[in-house]
Design a protein around this ligand. Sequence first.
Ligand SMILES: [Cu+2]
Length: 135
Amino acid sequence: MRTLAWLLALMPMTAYAETHDVAMLTRSEAGAMIYDPPYLEIAPGDTVRFLPVQGGHNAASIPEMLPEGAERFIGGIDEKISVTFGIEGRYGIKCSPHYGMGMVMIVDVGEVAEAPIPDGVPARARERMEEFLGQ
Ligand SMILES: [Cu+2]
């Protein structure tokens, strides 16, 4: 018990927020027009950096896949943006020019209740989301 108390005393008091990198790609082994990785599970307070590794893409929140109280975001084409996800829930993210081609990703922050993909999501984007989510 004494040893355990000593070890606990050495541990930092706060958990540090993590940063996750996502590459925006035109083509790769995993397919065309993708975010790599296309799906992340992160903790509230973590940050995701969207990196324009190949040209012509951006990262924008999908309005109908934004938890209540969370702020919308939209990066410019070829802009590297960092987004800190403070509010729990499921976030849909799209590349504005390639949304219809299925260039989307999902970020699940904290505890996420299973929910259907909203009707407004284009068919190819929906298919890809179902793939990531294993639905
Ligand atoms: Cu794109």
